[in-house]
Design a protein around this ligand. Structure first.
Ligand code: ZN
Length: 264
């Protein structure tokens, strides 16, 4: 947590929260268009039913949906509650990240970028069971450059090793248990390994463990509820990302304590 005056913290949280809701609004567009191979900038958002372009005053994150009471201004067809939920969700994640990295603000851009990438990938994996290369592959250089900005060479080296390690672990799982993991999961594992190991090895350990645990529990629950017959029917990416963020936002200390215990 940061050591600053309360009004400064509140002002920063509001600012980052507003930024997060705008990013969430963009992620709604990304999640809809990227799997269809469409441009994320053109054309501007329009009602899928009547085709009328969304007015800018109704395009405000969360607020626009509330003002419209979830209906298109022109034709009255329902606008999914998922849109404001994603906007609010990304806003909350941004605020949590800002509070977590507040005393190392040079690390914040990398983790805010990772929050946006995580949100886009989780939505698309839930929708179409895919982690598009067009998002996962650029994440490596983009996040790598952002992690290099603070100028901490040993943390950056640990991030590179962590990326290679978690990538290798998922690669082995994908090769041994065919069908349990997709190649998208393997490529995402490298990103998660880098972002968690940058902070500490314990953060990587916690993030990887929580990702497996959450994914396994969700898979078992879905199979029990007969919503999923095969393992491949459960998207694993959202749980990997959830585990990573739980570790980044605090659970990483558990892994650090465990590794310190082993090293004694
Ligand atoms: Zn409409």
């Amino acid at each position: 947590m940061i050591e600053a005056e309360l009004p400064v913290v509140v002002a920063m949280a509001i600012l980052v929260g507003v930024l997060g809701s705008a990013v969430g609004s963009f992620l709604n567009v990304v999640a809809h268009r990227v799997p269809r191979g469409l441009s994320v900038v053109n054309p501007p958002s329009a009602c899928p039913d009547c085709g009328t372009a969304i007015r800018s005053r109704h395009n405000l994150p969360v607020v626009g949906w509330l003002v419209l009471r979830g209906r298109c201004y022109d034709c009255g067809s329902a606008i999914s509650v998922r849109y404001p939920l994603v906007e609010a969700g990304v806003a909350v994640l941004f605020v949590l990240a800002a509070l977590r990295f507040g005393d190392e603000p040079r690390q914040l851009p990398a983790y805010l970028a990772f929050a946006g990438i995580a949100g886009a990938l989780a939505l698309i994996d839930l929708d179409v069971r895919r982690l598009p290369n067009s998002i996962v592959l650029p994440a490596y250089p983009v996040l790598g450059v952002l992690l290099a900005l603070p100028g901490d060479a040993s943390a950056l080296l640990r991030a590179a090793l962590g990326a290679a390690l978690l990538f290798a672990i998922y690669l082995v799982i994908a090769l041994v248990a065919v069908g349990a993991m997709g190649w998208g999961d393997v490529k995402l594992a490298g990103v998660i390994g880098g972002m968690t190991a940058y902070l500490s090895w314990g953060t990587l350990l916690s993030g990887a463990f929580l990702g497996f645990l959450l994914g396994a529990v969700a898979g078992l629950l879905l199979i029990a509820a007969r919503r999923a017959g095969r393992r491949s029917a459960v998207p694993f990416g959202p749980f990997m990302l959830l585990g990573a963020w739980a570790a980044l936002l605090g659970a990483g200390h558990l892994g650090d304590s465990y590794l310190a215990l082993l090293a004694r």
